[in-house]
Design a protein around this ligand. Structure first.
Ligand code: BTN
Length: 333
């Protein structure tokens, strides 16, 4: 019911919504409306109530709240349910637990803070309280496990689109799945999967976005940035989560139509920061990379399977994500 109240109040904008019309559109008693509005106020929502006029939403707190995010999603959105945590070890770990116990596709786990956020290749992912978007979506795609690496690229595309829509910031994708703004990383994606040889039980797409981070430790200041630092504005995290879920839905549907990225390849390549640039391909862990593990070439974009096509001295190589990481010649991009 809170989801519906928030939706009706938000859609009314500056106008009051009468108690009567809330009761009618929700099919509940005045008492029930009043009780839920009180609970929303307790949760930090500033809702004005004026007798003979009704209710008006004045301000939404900068706290992640499941019913609020749900109230912003369309009925066709792939995200069907939200589990919201103040603090958790890792939203990916939680989403995997839920998936193991049969949770259907479309449940999204979000948290204000992660105490053991996970990055790719076993790295840690710093997930400070209240300033980021740390979320993991459960999927059960009816495709073969070999086609699953595309999911990460789809998520990257959805994040870049969401950022453009909500923050009006141009962001780019650093293949396969980092989002960068002005050459610095703003988002990382970690997809984990449980599968048999030819069947996916579930996939969990974990997305970490530096939304309102005010400052980064000195050692990563040249590599990491946040939407706040780039725009000077506090980002509406719930609005951004909803926009990303909507963008993901469109991309995911196109992917399921073909089982590959042929319907998304062009859009992805248009956002690719490495496109037509010289890149270094690092095999194995980047910290361990020696000269024999490094190749160089011009990146031309992805193919329909999401592999990066790189023109090297030995011809065009198709680089499969998961095996390598790609860097610019002089730095991160
Ligand atoms: C990377 O190394 O770039 C991937 C980072 C992925 C971080 C996100 S935050 C939400 C989800 N939960 C995790 O523990 N990790 C992912």
């Amino acid at each position: 019911m809170k989801k519906k109240i928030l939706r009706v109040l938000r859609e009314a904008g500056d106008h009051f919504v009468s108690g009567q019309s809330l009761c009618e559109s929700l099919g509940v008693s005045r008492q029930a409306v009043w009780k839920n509005i009180s609970q929303l106020k307790e949760a930090g929502y500033e809702i004005q109530s004026v007798s003979n006029k009704g209710y008006r939403l004045i301000q939404t707190p900068d706290r992640l709240y499941g019913p609020d995010i749900e109230s912003r999603l369309s009925s066709g959105c792939c995200c069907k349910k939200i589990e919201c945590h103040e603090q958790i070890d890792s939203t990916n770990t939680r989403a995997k637990q839920l998936a193991e116990s049969g949770e259907p596709e479309g449940t999204l786990v979000v948290a204000e803070e992660q105490t053991a956020g996970k990055g790719r290749r076993g790295r840690r992912w710093s997930s400070e309280n209240s300033v980021g978007i740390w979320m993991s979506l459960i999927l059960r795609p009816p495709v073969k496990p070999v086609q699953a690496s595309c999911i990460t690229l789809i998520a990257a595309l959805a994040v870049a689109k969401g950022i453009q829509n909500v923050c009006q910031i141009e962001s780019y994708i650093k293949w396969p799945n980092d989002i960068v703004v002005n050459g610095k990383k703003i988002c990382g994606i970690l997809t984990e999967m449980s599968s048999e040889l030819d069947y996916i039980h579930y996939a969990v797409v974990g997305i970490g976005i530096n939304a309102n981070t005010r400052q980064f430790p000195e050692e990563i200041q040249d590599k990491a940035t946040s939407l706040y630092l780039e725009s000077g504005k506090t980002v509406d995290r719930q609005g951004l989560i909803a926009a990303i879920m909507e963008a993901f839905t469109t991309c995911y549907q196109k992917y399921l139509q073909t089982g590959d990225l042929s319907l998304l390849q062009e859009e992805y390549n248009a956002m690719l920061v490495n496109r037509d640039r010289e890149v270094r391909i690092l095999y194995g862990m980047e910290e361990e990379a020696d000269q024999s593990q490094i190749e160089q070439g011009i990146a031309h974009g992805i193919d329909e399977n999401g592999a990066l096509l790189v023109e090297t001295g030995q011809g065009v190589k198709s680089i499969v994500s998961g095996e390598v990481s790609v860097r610019g010649i002089y730095g991160y991009v």
